[in-house]
Design a protein around this ligand. Structure first.
Ligand SMILES: [Zn+2]
Ligand SMILES: [Zn+2]
Length: 203
């Protein structure tokens, strides 16, 4: 179980649902498109996996790993290889009302890092391990876990943290103490943000 030492976080995994963190809309590529086109879509949207459709119906998933193992390492021409030929299928789906714990458990059992999210049996988005990881951050100064906040929850003063341009995150109290980021030495300006899952699909 994730973060079992921290009471609050454990509750989050049980209570929070895939609905709270899923990124929409779903980015897709037609199965007849070339692998090059699929790779361009992934690059443009800065995502590591794209859903492959056939006649509009989601049929599989192409990930960075598929591009490496099934195209590059296999010596195939990405311009002449169709997306549908290298996709991974079937899709592993999770219902949008599932808890994060159920979704992570499914990822572990199926040994995948991405799940297709369905709502009333319609595919609506992608849920990645990155979405889960982004909920678990620690203060770069004191090392204490930063209380995860879901996008659907209202933010409170206690949730406020300071994020440095280098990616380091500090609790407000610690940011006042260090002033200069311990990783990049940059001045921690009061660029306050509220912790939330970010980095769409980039799992
Ligand atoms: Zn701290
Ligand atoms: Zn920094």
């Amino acid at each position: 179980m994730l973060l079992s030492k921290h009471g609050e976080a454990t509750t989050l995994w049980h209570v929070a649902k895939v609905r709270d963190v899923v990124k929409r809309p779903l980015i897709t590529v037609d199965g007849n498109a070339s692998v090059t086109e699929a790779a361009k879509i992934m690059a443009d949207h800065r995502i590591s996996g794209v859903v492959v459709t056939e006649r509009g119906e989601p049929k599989g998933l192409i990930t960075e790993r598929d591009l490496v193992t099934k195209v590059l390492a296999a010596g195939r021409n990405p311009d002449k290889t169709k997306a549908g030929e290298v996709m991974s299928s079937p899709l592993i789906t999770v219902d949008i009302e599932s808890t994060l714990l159920e979704a992570v458990d499914l990822m572990n059992r199926k040994k995948v890092r991405r799940l297709i999210v369905t709502e009333n049996d319609v595919v609506v988005g992608l849920f990645t391990i990155r979405d889960v990881i982004s909920l678990s951050r620690v203060c770069s100064y004191c090392g204490k876990p930063i209380k995860p906040r879901l996008p659907s929850q209202p933010a409170s003063e206690a949730d406020v943290v300071v994020e440095c341009g280098c990616g380091a995150v500090y609790m407000m109290e610690c940011a006042k103490t260090v002033v200069y980021c311990i990783f990049c030495s940059g001045k921690l300006v009061a660029e306050v943000y509220y912790p939330a899952p970010e980095d769409t699909f980039s799992g």
